[in-house]
Design a protein around this ligand. Structure first.
Ligand SMILES: O=P(O)(O)O[C@H]1[C@H](O)[C@@H](OP(=O)(O)O)[C@H](OP(=O)(O)O)[C@@H](OP(=O)(O)O)[C@H]1O
Ligand SMILES: Nc1ncnc2c1ncn2[C@@H]1O[C@H](COP(=O)(O)OP(=O)(O)O)[C@@H](O)[C@H]1O
Ligand SMILES: [Mg+2]
Ligand SMILES: [Mg+2]
Length: 350
């Protein structure tokens, strides 16, 4: 689109007018180059975000994937969510040549959570001892690279208990990589399509928590999840069942009439301590964690999924889809703080 790569100068954004009298010249301008799929651009770059950002001197500029990145900009920040080795090489090369640019986030760190095995590695060793008794675990899991039939013995050897959640090992942005199955017995493993992760199903009362992280900001929302599986079902049912994509296709659980012991949000100090550790462990600033509370317990939590720069905005026509509340303001503050930090750095280096 003509002009998409140019920094806009004022003007209005979908009904909201930016005042001409705002002191732009005193503000530190921040140019955010973005490389996103068209779906992601549409959901993230909402008019409200652009308007709020512009008021703070923050401009979003589309990166042209058909031109060398170094010839574009200059950018203060590069925000990206694209897949593939080719893009990873481009962005790594760019970061080396332009260390002054903040790349959100480093491709190596993103790559780590695109594999459902490495995604959860190190979590169980986090030091969260001062968290009022809450503890964090990851479900027992193992990787099956090929031939899931012969993995049955390994499942037993590893001490994994059925039913098992089978998740594609690699997350590659396709719907298939989010296609999960529940396997009730050894025999059903042969029907699965490796490479995958087999993970113990943890009863959690049908509610999960999405912990959204944008820099220093944390927001937690409740979502409906899969119901508990009773011992009777475990004994009687066999075969594999495809998961409905509950967490992203169901209504927000925020206003539902739920058992308080299931619905109660994880304690704030615990979530803060967990996120503090995770930022370092993962080397990411934009991510979310899917967490569940073990049914019957008050403070035993499991991390089951981590997503890089996940979907954030509400989807009013797909039920009432709870995402990150106020994400527009949160992102503007995040970028604004970044602009101020850059300005302070410049002053220090003078
Ligand atoms: O894995 P769960 O917990 O379901 O969360 C998903 C992942 O973050 C998806 O990213 P990825 O496919 O990279 O894992 C993301 O897609 P985009 O960020 O590409 O949009 C979805 O956003 P929505 O598509 O907005 O729901 C978000 O709901
Ligand atoms: N180990 C588990 N025990 C219980 N429920 C699970 C488990 N793993 C996943 N789920 C359920 O399946 C949903 C999708 O799994 P998740 O690992 O988050 O994959 P995705 O990346 O596709 O969102 C979760 O939101 C939760 O409802
Ligand atoms: Mg998930
Ligand atoms: Mg996910």
């Amino acid at each position: 689109m003509e002009g998409e790569n140019m920094v806009p100068h004022g003007g209005d954004g979908e009904g909201e007018q930016v005042s001409e009298t705002e002191p732009f010249q005193q503000m530190q301008k921040l140019v955010v180059g973005y490389a996103l799929t068209s779906k992601k651009k549409k959901s993230f770059l909402q008019p409200k975000l652009e308007v709020l950002a512009r008021r703070k001197g923050i401009y979003f500029v589309a990166i042209d994937l058909n031109r060398p990145l170094s010839e574009q900009g200059p950018f203060d920040v590069v925000l990206h969510k694209l897949l593939g080795k080719e893009w990873q090489d481009v962005i790594e090369d760019y970061q080396q040549k332009h260390p002054e640019v903040t790349v959100l986030d480093p491709p190596g760190a993103i790559q780590r959570i695109h594999n459902r095995q490495s995604m959860l590695q190190g979590l169980a060793d986090l030091n969260l001892s001062d968290c009022g008794g809450s503890s964090i675990f990851v479900p027992k899991q193992m990787v099956v690279l090929k031939d899931s039939a012969s993995s049955a013995d390994k499942v037993v050897e590893a001490g994994l208990k059925f039913p098992l959640v089978a998740k594609p090992l690699w997350i590659d942005g396709t719907a298939k990589s989010h296609q999960l199955f529940l396997a009730y017995d050894r025999r059903s493993l042969a029907e699965l399509d490796p490479p995958l992760v087999l993970q113990e199903f943890v009863n959690h009362g049908g509610v999960m928590f999405k912990v959204f992280v944008v820099g220093d900001t944390i927001k937690v929302v409740r979502r409906f999840s899969l119901p508990n599986i009773s011992n009777c079902q475990k004994a009687k049912v066999d075969g594999i069942f495809q998961f409905p994509r509950v967490s992203s296709a169901s209504a927000s659980a925020d206003n539902a009439d739920l058992d308080p012991s299931v619905a109660e949000l994880p304690p704030k100090p615990f979530v803060e301590a967990l996120v503090k550790e995770l930022r370092v462990l993962l080397g990411l600033r934009l991510f979310n964690v899917d967490m569940i509370r073990e049914h019957g317990s008050k403070n035993v939590f499991y991390v089951i999924d981590i997503n890089y720069f996940p979907g954030l905005c509400l989807k009013p026509f797909v039920y009432c889809y709870a995402k990150m509340p106020d994400y527009e303001q949160v992102f503007v503050d995040f970028f604004h703080n970044m602009a101020q930090a850059k300005q302070n750095n410049r002053h220090c280096n003078l």
